[in-house]
Every structure is written in C-alpha cells, then in structure tokens.
Ligand binder design. Structure first.
Ligand code: CMP
Ligand code: CMP
Length: 312
C-alpha cells in the first residue's frame, strides 16, 4: 500500500498499524482475573506468529461473499490486508441461532467470538442482582471478543432476540490476526479517549471507539475537508494544528484532542460540509466513518449539537 503521508488527503484515507505490543488488561476487567486453564497461552502466543497454521473450513463462493460483506461492515476487521482476510474467511464457521438462545454466558470461559450477518442480540449482565441489557447488537456488529482479547471470563451473556445467522471465529485465529492490533489501539488511545467529550460513553464503548479509529497523516497546507463536499468521516486531532474556514474566513483552530467534521454526519440527507478544514502544520488525525460514528457516538449527538450551536 502506498504511504498515506504521500497521498492527497481525502475524507476516506487510513493508515493501519501492526507492530508488536505488550498485552494489557483494562482496569474494568482486572477484577475478574485470567482464565486459569489458558493463562500461559495468553502471553506465550505473542511470540509464536511464525508457527501459526491456519484452520480452513471449506466454503462455497456464496458463503465467502457473505463473509466478506460482514467483514467490510465490521470495524474490528476493516483495516486488515487481503492475506489476513483470506485466513479469517477460511477459519469462520456458519452458525444459526433461534430467539432466546444464549450463545455466550456471563462468567464462563470463552473460545470464540461472533460476527452477526443477520439478526438481533442482547448483551446482558447481572447488575445489583438484576440481569440488565447493556447493549443491543445487529447485523455488522460483533460480540464475544473481550474474553479473547483479555483472556478473561465472559463479561456478559449474549442472547438472540430474533432468528439469526452468524460467523464464529476461534480464539487462535482471532488472536493471531486481530488481537495484537486491537490491544495496541485500545492501549494507545485509552488516555486520548478520556477526553471530556467521551466521558458519557461507557468504558466498553470507549474501547470499541479505540478499535474503530484509523490514522491519517496530513502535511501542512493539506485540505482535509472542503466546504460544500459530501462528508463521510469524523476526525479527531492526534497531533498538529488545523484551521476551519467558512467562506474563506477562519472560524476555528484545532489542536490535539479536538474534533471536527461532525456537522455533516449529524444531519440527515446530503451530509454537506459546512466549512473547510486545512492543516496548518503536518498533523496526525484519527478518523471514523459515518456508520461507526452513528453506532458509537450516537449518544453524544446532543452534546455535539449543543457545541455546534456555539459556532460563529
Ligand atoms: P465477552 O466478554 O467475550 O462476552 C460477552 C460480550 O458482550 C463481550 O465479550 C462483548 O462483546 C459484549 N458486550 C457488549 N457490551 C458490553 C459491555 N458494556 N461490557 C462488556 N461486554 C459487553
Ligand atoms: P462539517 O460540516 O462536517 O465539516 C466542517 C467542519 O468544520 C464542521 O463539521 C465543524 O466540525 C467545523 N466547524 C468549525 N467551525 C465551524 C463553523 N463556524 N461553521 C461550520 N462548521 C464549523
């Protein structure tokens, strides 16, 4: 892939990462402790990528196309290269579920995660003695990744609300392909996502947001957003200085931790950009696409609208 730093910036570029990482467990999950049966594997696998032999379950062309469709919608997987995608497709197993069926039970050990092709699921947790819905998942969402990422018991139960079609991915393949990058992102952006804007998100949503962030480097003078264009992405500034200009006049300066590009996405219809945003210095941005924005940041809509009302 060409170095994104050299390419003209647009609303849709990314730069994924893939260096080695040190595993960490977020504070929220520390209390639960590792699974005793697999604790050696949790950290041992880290250095054993070279020994990985992919599991392959034969699939029809139609099944492969359906898995690709689901992977494309699922941000945990959408920065993978073609080789990794092929390994994931080979390892996936098609699963059906009926309404009321529990695929995951809180507190149990887990060896697989699931991607939803069709159907609706509730993630349920016992809070103060009462089982409470934490989150509803639908097509394009995934669940069951936490036990694999952090080697912990299942944090919640997951139950089908409708007839459902899913793809199951085993722990070994998930760890080999996805875990390093995901854990690294969650660690790297945890502090960044402590930004006041994200305070009303739950800790789980913040981790999901970290997973979904993609990087874009822009050079001084680059136009990241053009007023009047349709908008696809929401941006956070990781480093650098950028300026918003409306009708050619500067209206806002951005630095680390600030965001822009929310207005077009908050609107229904054409999603037209209300201002241009131009890098004043070489800058590093993090971005998410419109679907992820509404999925993860939908609950912040009111806060963002209130802030936007203060724009000049
Ligand atoms: P896991 O712990 O493996 O199994 C239960 C799943 O519920 C968990 O992974 C997540 O995928 C999902 N889940 C959804 N919302 C939450 C939440 N708020 N906290 C923890 N797990 C959640
Ligand atoms: P959006 O319209 O998606 O793209 C341009 C962005 O510039 C806009 O979202 C806001 O995030 C930001 N912006 C900053 N100041 C203003 C302003 N005065 N009017 C409109 N947009 C502004």
């Amino acid at each position: 892939m060409a170095d994104p730093k050299e390419e003209p910036p647009t609303d849709s570029e990314d730069e994924s990462e893939g260096e080695d990482v040190v595993p960490f467990v977020p504070a929220a999950y520390l209390g639960r402790g590792p699974r005793s049966s697999v604790s050696a594997e949790a950290y041992g696998d880290w250095n054993k990528k070279i020994e990985f032999v992919p599991t392959v379950y034969a699939k029809s062309g139609e099944q492969t196309a359906r898995i690709r469709g689901v992977l494309e919608r699922c941000f945990l997987f959408n920065t993978l290269d073609e080789g990794d995608v092929a390994i994931l497709i080979g390892a996936m197993v098609e699963v059906r579920a009926e309404p009321g069926q529990r695929l995951i039970r809180e507190g149990e050990d887990g060896d697989a995660m699931f991607l939803i092709e069709q159907g609706v699921f509730d993630c349920l947790k016992v809070l103060d003695g009462q089982e409470t819905v934490l989150k509803r998942c639908e097509a394009g969402d995934f669940f069951g990744e936490l036990a694999l990422l952090y080697n912990c018991p299942r944090a919640a139960s997951v139950e089908a609300r409708s007839p459902a079609l899913l793809w199951q991915l085993d722990r070994r393949t998930f760890n080999h392909i996805v875990r390093d990058a995901s854990v690294k992102k969650r660690e790297m952006y945890e502090e960044f996502l402590n930004n006041p804007l994200f305070q009303t998100l739950g800790s789980y949503e913040r981790l999901m947001l970290a997973d979904s962030l993609r990087k874009q480097s822009v050079t001084a003078g680059s136009v990241v957003i053009s007023q009047g264009d349709p908008g696809q992405n929401f941006y956070l500034v990781e480093d650098g200085t950028l300026v918003a200009q409306k009708d050619g006049q500067p209206v806002m300066t951005y630095s680390r931790g600030m965001y822009f590009g929310e207005l077009a996405l908050l609107e229904s219809g054409d999603h037209v950009r209300h201002a241009s945003v131009i890098a004043q210095t070489d800058s590093r941005l993090l971005w998410i696409d419109r679907r992820t924005f509404s999925q993860l940041l939908g609950s912040l809509e009111e806060v963002m609208r209130a802030k936007a009302a203060e724009y000049a």
